[in-house]
Ligand binder design. Structure first.
Ligand SMILES: O=C1O[C@H](COP(=O)(O)O)[C@@H](O)[C@H](O)[C@H]1O
Length: 253
């Protein structure tokens, strides 16, 4: 597929620094171009890898970053399932992102109100866009092929109007979440999936090489005008037969 780069690393040890460099290089470019860097974060296994690798970057300056969440679980910020809560303790408390630059959900609201409230926050942060155009979205993929909180065979896969949607029946706990929709994901200037470990091998093959039946959610991420990276380790890539790039540490994307 044109514009998609599948990049395989021996392990997350080599992948991590390349991911951090991707983030900071897209940040520099965005700040030169339009004065700020808008970053969408996912939860799950990404949180600890990204936090560790960004904190290891020399002279990290996040003062012009605006950070949102690709999806968020509707739990209080001190719940171990809260994606914001995890980033707060592992990253935000240690870098200079202004509080006003961190766009959080309001977990005290009902799931529908929460999605509306988060939609308003994104519209305010992106007043010129019909669908927010993030400079970079970092995505994960579950072993079922979900990304954000967009799950296989769920009606939300067909959402075309909303920026943020509520979900009350997430098959992965917790059941109540809010999620960016595909129109937002596919409007981004850059999208990078991070997928590691042998538990992702079978689904990664289906997502990247196709399958019988409807495309899995992660396969529906095809940025309209943006670049798409799949950063994976050897165990996750073990079943792939497509051509991939193999990189080691020090590589730059
Ligand atoms: O529930 C979620 O899962 C996905 C994938 O997580 P991973 O631990 O398998 O990498 C994550 O991207 C999403 O943000 C999260 O809410």
């Amino acid at each position: 597929m044109a514009g998609r780069r599948v990049v395989v690393f021996p392990s997350s040890v080599e992948l991590g620094p390349v991911l951090a460099h991707l983030v900071t290089s897209r940040a520099e470019k965005a700040i030169v171009s339009h004065g700020r860097f808008t970053l969408g974060l996912s939860g799950g296994s990404l949180v600890s890898m990204l936090s560790k690798e960004l904190l290891a970057m020399p002279d990290l300056d996040c003062s012009k970053w605006v950070v949102g969440f690709c999806d968020e679980r509707l739990v209080s910020f001190d719940d171990p399932e809260s994606t914001y809560g995890l980033y707060k303790s592992q990253l935000f408390s240690k870098v200079n992102i202004p509080d006003s630059g961190i766009l959080t959900i309001d977990p005290s609201l009902s799931v529908n109100e929460c999605a509306e409230d988060y939609t308003c926050k994104l519209k305010k942060a992106f007043p010129d866009d019909d669908f927010p155009v993030f400079d970079l979205l970092l995505l994960g993929m579950g072993p079922d092929g979900h990304t954000c909180s967009l799950f296989p065979e769920h009606p939300l896969l067909e959402e075309t109007k909303k920026i943020v949607a509520p979900i009350s029946d997430s098959p992965k706990p917790p059941p109540q979440r809010v999620t960016m929709t595909f129109p937002v994901v596919n409007s981004a200037r850059s999208v990078a999936f991070v997928s590691t470990g042998g538990s992702k091998a079978a689904v990664l093959k289906e997502v990247l090489e196709g399958r019988e039946g409807p495309a899995l959610p992660a396969a529906r991420v095809v940025p309209t005008n943006g670049e798409l990276f799949w950063l994976v380790d050897e165990p996750a890539a073990a079943s792939l037969t497509i051509q991939v790039e193999r990189l080691v540490s020090g590589a730059k994307l």
